[in-house]
Design a protein around this ligand. Structure first.
Ligand code: BES
Ligand code: ZN
Length: 617
């Protein structure tokens, strides 16, 4: 007995347990023992803003004599742990270790010899970083509450005690209970039929990394679009979304032609309330999508191409750590663009690539050099803080470079083979280089050098030999801008009637920084830009207006910042407003009104921008 006590004390305090994980962002002991399957049994409690129930882990040891199971958690309340050992359930011993400011607390569970399964009874807290709880007023229908998860990168641990690393994969099943009026959905097989008693069963038979486990619940309805695709959303968005995203099946077909079979059966879209902090999230079988892309003219559907592309790059072949995010997002941005080309044509794909490239050039100018490296150093940091366009657009550009050098035929078959060879596996940057050297670089010698590859992956900024995507349509728009600025043409000479949303975006983004208030007003009068209902155009115009101090937009700006919670659209506005004392006050006032409608992640980002600006002034 004494010996056991001594041993227990050591389990809970010995520093010798400090891990040296390849994934710095997980404190779990996933190199010793892993869960291969989990079952979640959770009740969605809107009154308490919590998920409550248990998780059951099925375990597989990777090394002999493993005495503890370490799980990642953040702000979870743990009630009880039970162990299945030699086919008998018994009570287990556990402890929550001291929380790490970025990583949360390790839940250390003492295992018996031959423990097969572990159950953890717990509940999440209302402030869980990976969940948002919306009141009825914050939804489209205003009658029912809504909740959703956002687990990438390290937020799964705030609602599931789990080994929260993308290096590891689990299959899962779930029993989810809500009130009868509501419906839960998950990144799993969703039954289009509603249950009579509010209890729903889910199964995800393919192994996925924990950051892809997702849940939402609300007044969610279903509308089928095609054999493999459907919309889930509040009634208000159902028909609009089904029309806007009707090409989703064509996107799947096009991607299969390029990169092999879609391996997840169904591909549905969940349209979330506007406070969703991202454009989209590639939760398998059910991508989560912001309603801010419902433009009415399919102008912003590249978001769907992007989330779908993750079904190959990211969900099938996964970054092993968050340092390797570019393997997920760079490949996905490249594949997204290929899907757009296949479904909507070359010119549109070129315009989108050129806009991405321009955005990259601009953000590279503002970023610390060390963060412009694809293989970014993020040890010790929250991956959310290191998030930028680098993994996306620099990663995309790198793959476009390889495509350009080797030619489409060779590069396409290489990529297809890459997805097959690593299907349902995780890969780090070194693994990528090794595979690429063998199957591309050395297979066709003399086309790309090791030095060039190294410079793309390990050097800051862009290599001198990087491609620079251009669009003929944009060259024309640029001429119109130049002529108007030089006064050799007036606005009525510009043939804007036939412009696509992309040409408008190029136009606004490339107006000179020195534009006078008179010229701003002239543009606004001619094109009603302040009133644009396209959220990307409105964003570009509002951003320019803040820079040029064109105050006529203020009312619209306030309305935009309050009604949208998507970080990419609001954060640059807050940043720009924070540069000047008067506009900083405006930003603070608006934030007070907007705050409750923002996701905890968006709140965090905005608050740190405002705080930093206030401290400086
Ligand atoms: N997986 C990302 C979102 C993400 C990345 C969440 C990293 C947390 C950490 C998603 O696929 C994405 O890239 N969304 C973009 C879409 C855009 C690039 C088309 C977004 O939300 O803006
Ligand atoms: Zn993505």
């Amino acid at each position: 007995m004494k010996k056991t006590l001594l041993l227990l004390a050591c389990f809970f305090s010995c520093v010798s347990f400090a891990k040296n994980n390849p994934d710095w962002h997980s404190q779990s002991n996933y190199t010793d023992i892993i869960s291969t399957n989990i079952h979640l049994n959770l009740k969605v409690d809107f009154d308490k803003k919590q998920l409550k129930g248990y998780i059951e882990h099925s375990l597989k040891t990777l090394k002999p004599n493993i005495k503890v199971l370490d799980l990642d958690t953040r702000e979870l309340e743990i009630h009880k742990v039970t162990l299945l050992t030699n086919d008998k359930w018994q009570k287990g011993t556990f402890k929550l270790l001291k929380p790490h400011p970025v990583l949360g607390s390790t839940l250390r569970i003492v295992l018996a010899k031959n423990t097969q399964k572990v159950r953890v009874y717990y509940n999440s807290l209302p402030q869980a970083s990976g969940l948002q709880w919306l009141t009825p007023e914050q939804t489209a229908g205003k009658k029912h509450p809504f909740m959703f998860s956002q687990s990438q990168a390290i937020h799964a641990r705030s609602w599931i005690p789990i080994q929260d690393t993308p290096a590891m994969r689990v299959t899962y099943s779930a029993t989810i209970t809500t009130s009868k009026a509501l419906r839960p959905v998950m990144s799993a097989n969703n039954n289009p039929k509603r249950s009579a008693d509010g209890v729903y069963q889910f199964k995800m038979p393919q192994a996925i990394p924990p950051y892809l486990i997702a849940i939402a619940a609300g007044n969610i309805h279903h509308k089928k679009m095609s054999k493999q695709t459907a919309i889930y959303s509040e009634p208000a968005y159902l028909n609009i979304a089904a029309k806007e995203f009707e090409d989703t099946q064509s996107m799947i077909d096009a991607t299969e032609k390029l990169y092999g079979k879609y391996r997840w059966n169904q591909y549905d879209l969940l349209i979330l309330p506007p406070s969703f902090p991202f454009g989209g999230m590639e939760n398998p079988r059910l991508s989560f999508i912001t309603p801010t892309v419902l433009a009415g003219d399919k102008s912003l559907v590249s978001l769907i191409a992007h989330e779908l592309a993750h079904s190959w790059s990211g969900n099938l072949v996964t970054n092993a750590t968050w340092r390797d995010l570019w393997l997920n997002e760079g490949f996905t941005s490249y594949v997204e663009n290929r899907i757009m080309e296949a479904v909507y044509g070359k010119e549109r794909a070129k315009m989108e690539a050129a806009l991405g490239y321009q955005g990259l050039i601009r953000s590279l100018e503002e970023m610390p050099e060390k963060d412009t490296i694809l293989h970014i150093e993020i040890e010790g940091r929250d991956p959310d803080d290191a998030f930028s366009s680098v993994p996306y657009d620099k990663g995309h550009l790198f793959l476009s470079f390889l495509e350009e050098r080797f030619g489409r035929d060779k590069f396409d078959s290489f990529l297809r083979q890459y997805f097959d060879a690593h299907a349902f596996q995780s890969l780090d940057t070194t693994g990528f280089i090794k595979y690429t050297n063998k199957n591309l670089i050395n297979r066709y010698p003399g086309i790309v050098s090791d030095k060039e590859i190294n410079s793309w992956i390990y050097q800051p900024g862009l290599p001198s030999f990087a491609p620079s995507p251009e669009s003929d349509a944009f060259v024309k728009v640029q001429k119109h801008i130049d002529n108007w600025i030089k006064n050799s043409a007036s606005l009525s000479d510009i043939p804007t009637g036939k412009w696509t949303v992309h040409e408008w975006l190029y136009f606004i983004n490339n107006l000179p920084d020195t534009l006078s208030l008179k010229r701003m007003a002239e543009l606004d009068k001619a094109y009603q830009l302040t009133q644009s209902q396209n959220n990307e155009i409105a964003h570009a115009w509002l951003l320019l207006s803040i820079k040029r101090r064109y105050a006529a937009v203020n009312e619209r700006l306030e309305d935009y910042m309050i009604s949208i919670g998507r970080r990419k659209l609001i954060v640059p506005l807050y940043k720009e407003l924070s540069k000047d004392k008067t506009s900083l006050e405006f930003a603070k006032r608006v934030y007070q009104k907007a705050r409750s409608g923002y996701h905890p992640l968006a709140q965090g980002t905005v608050e740190s921008i405002l705080k930093e600006a206030t401290d400086k002034k």
